[in-house]
Design a protein around this ligand. Structure first.
Ligand code: ZN
Length: 516
């Protein structure tokens, strides 16, 4: 179809656009010009003639769509893919973020994880990702450079936060300290960095990387979650977020245990606590929001914050079902994410969209509350763009970033009366994607990447396999030792009545029941 992938000026000739997702009405064929990383012209098709030196893509029979936006991801969990069993989050995290004896790892390892994940995403048309990267045991500038350099080279658009809590687990998991062996408590106490150190790291990170590659790489803030961070630290990160207009990520109410914890430690809701601190705002990215109640939803809506829905993560960790329609009815924008590869193995946002479209039918017999396919498409594109705070991202209009995908319309629709939004949400896995542009550059074509050497990546992954297997040995030992304490608290919290239920099934069989 085309050659010269690095060409910076393109004419996509004769593509069809979706004019109305609800009816699936398509435009007449159009020509779309890309230059300087943006869409610069949209005109009726004129036979594929280029007036300048632009490379021409013949898009006859192809649908031009905004690239997909994966609004939450942890690239640094990639090598635990297909390794950890489905477990409640607090037990799962013993593998994900082990307390001790894990790392440090070389920058090249972080690089390989990003290249593997972005290769999965780009091939199916995910053109932007919001990474909340964890580093073990703490981030170094070199390890961060390994990760950010991989995003630069992969060609994907990336917003990256570094996941940096500053409280030890027993400070926010109710009752944990009493159940942990004394030597574990003492070791946890040794691991707490000062607020100045963490803020200093963030300032260097943002100075070095924010806006790199003409703005394709951006930075964001993350303290992991409100309960895992001190108020002083949250306020300091909020200042950086405000000064540079950066998103600030909070995992909030992913699990019921966190609701019990907020009641115990704050005496109020975690969302209300963020509001009272003055940090809940339009830059806040609230990931999960499963166990939010009505007043939380009102607070999120008032603040103009965005919620990121992680159906795969919530299902794999048994966290419950996010109150999708209540959030949308309150006016809260909801974006979608694959979360990490431990919960969505191929980082495939199409699969996530399909899950999101179906998950909410199990909790409510009122079919009018169920997500519509066109809402899911919007969550994967335009609302994702808002989450990353990149103007026009996820849309097709003059001036918007040239992050676009071409899909084979015959393959997408396939049967006689298929509707486009339904076909995209329930029938597409990325196999109809013919070409992928990010920032006006062709990064994938017919399933092959122009930016990543997949043969080299395969050899690198083989090289890491023994290294990683050795690295997780102590993790498994610690998990075996600590799991009984975490499991006991998990069960205790599951049995606590918090006034709402987010499980579709039989919470009632646990409520009030004594531990076995
Ligand atoms: Zn997360």
């Amino acid at each position: 179809m085309v050659d010269g992938p690095t060409h910076s000026s393109w004419l996509i000739a004769g593509a069809r656009l979706c004019e109305d997702l609800e009816t699936g009405r398509l435009s007449e064929p159009v020509d779309v010009r890309l230059a300087g990383g943006r869409i610069v012209e949209l005109t009726p098709a004129a036979g594929g003639r280029s007036a300048d030196d632009a490379q021409v893509v013949d898009a006859t029979g192809l649908l031009l769509s905004p690239g997909l936006v994966n609004s939450h991801f942890h690239s640094t969990g990639t090598f635990n893919r297909a390794f950890v069993a489905n477990l409640p989050l607090e037990l799962f995290m013993l593998y994900e973020l082990p307390p001790f004896d894990f790392g440090p790892f070389p920058p090249e390892l972080y690089r390989s994880q990003v290249l593997w994940a972005t290769s999965q995403m780009l091939k199916v048309g995910v053109t932007s990702v919001f990474d909340d990267a964890m580093f073990y045991p703490e981030p170094s500038d070199e390890a961060v450079a390994g990760l950010m350099g991989a995003y630069r080279d992969s060609g994907i658009r990336a917003t990256v936060a570094v996941y940096l809590p500053n409280k030890v687990e027993y400070e926010w998991i109710p009752g944990l300290k009493e159940l942990l062996p004394a030597d574990v408590v003492a070791r946890m106490d040794e691991c707490v960095p000062s607020v100045d150190e963490l803020v200093g790291f963030y300032e260097r990170f943002v100075r070095r990387w924010h806006g790199e590659e003409g703005g394709r790489l951006r930075c964001a803030l993350s303290c992991s979650a409100p309960q895992r961070a001190t108020d002083e630290y949250i306020l300091r990160l909020h200042e950086i977020s405000e000064e540079l207009d950066l998103p600030f990520v909070f995992h909030v109410y992913e699990t019921k245990l966190q609701r019990v914890a907020a009641d115990a430690f704050y005496g109020t809701s975690m969302i209300r606590h963020l509001r009272e601190l003055g940090v809940l705002c339009e830059r806040s990215v609230i990931v999960h929001a499963v166990w939010v109640d009505e007043s939380d939803i009102a607070d999120i809506a008032d603040a103009g914050a965005i919620v990121v829905h992680s159906p795969s993560g919530n299902l794999r960790c048994g966290s419950g079902v996010m109150p999708y329609r209540q959030l949308r009815d309150a006016g809260v924008p909801v974006a979608l994410c694959s979360d990490e590869a431990t919960v969505e193995d191929r980082c495939n946002l199409w699969q996530v969209g399909r899950l999101a479209g179906m998950l909410h039918t199990i909790g409510d017999p009122d079919h009018r509350t169920w997500p519509r396919a066109e809402e899911i498409v919007d969550a994967m594109t335009e609302t994702g763009g808002r989450c990353l705070r990149v103007d026009g991202l996820g849309t097709i209009r003059v001036g918007a970033p040239a992050d676009l995908i071409l899909l084979d319309l015959d393959l997408v629709l396939d049967t006689p009366i298929a509707k486009l939004a339904n076909a995209l949400v329930y029938g597409e896995h990325g196999s109809s994607v013919r070409a992928v542009f990010v920032d006006g550059r062709l990064v994938a074509q017919d399933g092959r990447l122009t930016t990543i050497d997949e043969g080299q990546l395969r050899r690198d992954l083989d090289r890491w396999s023994r290294h990683w297997a050795e690295a997780v040995e102590p993790v498994e030992r610690w998990a075996a030792r600590l799991a009984p304490a975490y499991d006991e608290i998990y069960a205790r919290c599951a049995r606590t009545d918090v006034g709402i239920n987010r499980w579709a099934g039989n919470e009632g069989s646990w409520l009030g029941r004594a531990a076995p």
